[in-house]
Design a protein around this ligand. Structure first.
Ligand code: 3PG
Length: 206
C-alpha cells in the first residue's frame, strides 16, 4: 500500500472546514482533535483562509493540516511553500497535477467519474477524492468504478454525513471520507466547541 493511502486510512475522516475567522478555525480544529480527529482540510473559500492555515500549523494541535479548494497551479505552489501536509482539489486539470508532481505535494485530486480518473492515472495518481459524492450517486458510482479500476481508492466528499458515512466507509475502495457534518454552523457561531468534540468523537467511532 502506498504511503498516502495508508495515511488516508489512518485519518478515516477528513473534516472539511471553511474558516470563518482565524481564531475560530484554531478552536474548531482543537475541538475536533479533542474528539480524536487527526486531520483537517481547510478550504480557501474565505479571505482569512491563508492566515487561518498558518495559525493552525503554529498551534501544533497534533492534526495533519491539509488545504482544499486547490483549483489552479498557482495555489499548488502557494500551499507547498507553506508546508501543508496535504492538498485536496475539487476537480482535475493537467496544470494542477503537473505542479503537484513537481512539488512532490501529497494531493488528493477530485474526480466525479471515469474519464477524470483516467487523466489522474496518467499522472500516476491512485488515490482520489470522489466529489461531489452525493450528487454523482456516490455509493453506486464507487461500486461501478471498482470494476475497471480495482486498485484505485477514494475519499468520497460532498454530502457525506453521520448517517451515511458508514455505508461509504464499508466499501472496499473507500479509504476515508470527507465532510463538514462535525462542524454545525450553530455551534461555530455560538462557540459551542463541546458539541463539535462530541460529533467528532462519534465520527471517529463509526
Ligand atoms: C464541500 O464542498 O464543502 C465539501 O465537499 C464538504 O461537503 P459537505 O458540506 O456536504 O460535507
Amino acid at each position: 500500500m502506498d504511503n498516502l493511502r495508508q495515511t488516508l486510512k489512518d485519518l478515516k475522516i477528513v473534516p472539511v472546514l471553511t474558516p470563518v475567522s482565524v481564531e475560530k478555525t484554531v478552536e474548531m480544529t482543537r475541538a475536533m482533535a479533542a474528539g480524536g480527529i487527526n486531520s483537517v482540510e481547510i478550504t480557501l473559500r474565505t479571505d482569512c483562509a491563508f492566515d487561518a492555515i498558518k495559525a493552525v500549523q503554529e498551534a501544533d494541535l497534533g492534526v495533519q493540516v491539509g488545504v482544499g479548494t486547490i483549483i489552479n497551479a498557482e495555489l499548488v505552489h502557494k500551499v507547498a511553500d507553506m508546508g501543508v501536509d496535504f492538498a485536496v482539489t475539487p476537480g482535475i486539470t493537467p496544470a494542477v497535477l503537473s505542479a503537484a508532481k513537481e512539488r512532490e505535494l501529497n494531493v488528493l485530486p477530485g474526480v466525479s467519474g471515469p474519464s477524470e480518473l483516467m487523466l489522474g492515472l496518467e499522472y500516476g495518481y491512485t488515490n482520489f477524492k470522489l466529489f461531489p459524492a452525493a450528487v454523482v450517486n456516490g455509493l453506486a458510482m464507487l461500486k461501478a468504478l471498482a470494476g475497471p479500476f480495482p486498485d484505485i481508492c477514494f475519499c468520497p466528499t460532498g454530502g457525506v454525513s453521520e448517517s451515511n458515512a458508514n455505508e461509504f466507509l464499508s466499501l472496499p475502495n473507500v479509504v476515508c471520507v470527507g465532510g463538514s457534518w462535525m462542524l454545525p454552523k450553530a455551534a461555530i457561531e455560538s462557540g459551542d466547541w463541546n458539541t463539535i468534540t462530541e460529533i467528532s468523537r462519534r465520527a471517529m467511532s463509526l
